[in-house]
Design a protein around this ligand. Sequence first.
Ligand code: AMP
Ligand code: MG
Length: 362
Amino acid sequence: MSTVEDSDGANTASGEKDAESSKVHKVHKMRAKQDHGGEIDPVYKKLSAINGEINRMSSKELRDKLAELKLDVRGSKDILQKRLKMHYKQRKLMKAKVKPPGNSTYDYLIIIDFEATCQENNLNYNHEIIEFPAVLVDCHTREIVDEFHEFCKPIINPRLTEFCCGLTGITQDVVDKADEFPAVLERMESWMSSHYLGVDHTFAVVTDGPWDMSRFLQMQCNFSKIHFPHWGKKWINIRKAYSSYYSCKRMNLEEMLINLGLKFQGTQHCGLHDSRNIARIAIQLLNDGCDLVKNEFLHVAPPSPGTKSLGHLSNISSGDTSDHQNRTKEEIVKKLEDMKLESKNFVEENQDLLEYHRLQST
Ligand code: AMP
Ligand code: MG
């Protein structure tokens, strides 16, 4: 472990912000490459060697090293490895003067976890959204800064099934008193506007899996005969981002938390509590150096005659211009997954290489 134990970054304050966005890395890698006459900066070769050493460390060695560096020691081996690698990556790049300011692609994340009407064992149910929570995470301070939360009245199946009440904890009187979905969506979008999202600040929607946007929101917009909101067409599926970043299998919300050494806080299937826990995972990913970028998109059919626009608010766009690049990266990552690469180390090397090739083409 000679390289990892090198103290060449000793002047780096421990506990420093350890996240760097890959987007900013790109710029600095490009610069590093140009500075070395087209060759990759030696710092990246050094980092590969360090990564190799980290891959050979036991869980205890990883925890001891992270503790020594005053870093978070919670989580499975995959998580600990990634955290230590990112720490050295940042330290080495800073020392090599290719240190980026450390930032994420977006200013804010909006975590959304809908609850919907349902029936036990019925996958073809006409789900209507009955709980609409949105948790706002500031990517720079990496904390929850605001929440939106309302219930909605279902129209097609106004009576909640016993199963639905039991699952979500939502009672009939709560939805009876609530407004219908379009009014709630309008208020949620006003809430977004009050934070200047898509105007002064970039943002991305985050969900646990693809269903919130591709199933619940899409179905609801069809039922309500309103346009599908622009901001919901591309988003971050945290399950995908998590498994890709920590090089582990796809997990559900509870499994992702446990794998990080965290516990679910609150009640599962309560939309607001689910959203807050997804936010905790997103914050941990940011803290561990992951640049969360959109990795899902939806082809929404053009509005059919008779659908209404909610006005200018439905057109709120995330202010992000990198979607094309993100899609390209996702396609590459998916291809890597499809190839069923046997070694986690090999995956990592190839991801680095892919990133490097992408840099060259930018
Ligand atoms: P969740 O975010 O996991 O709480 O689930 C969101 C929505 O998916 C719920 O409000 C239900 O409408 C539906 N759902 C979740 N689990 C089930 C299940 N086991 N059976 C039927 N519907 C479900
Ligand atoms: Mg939920």
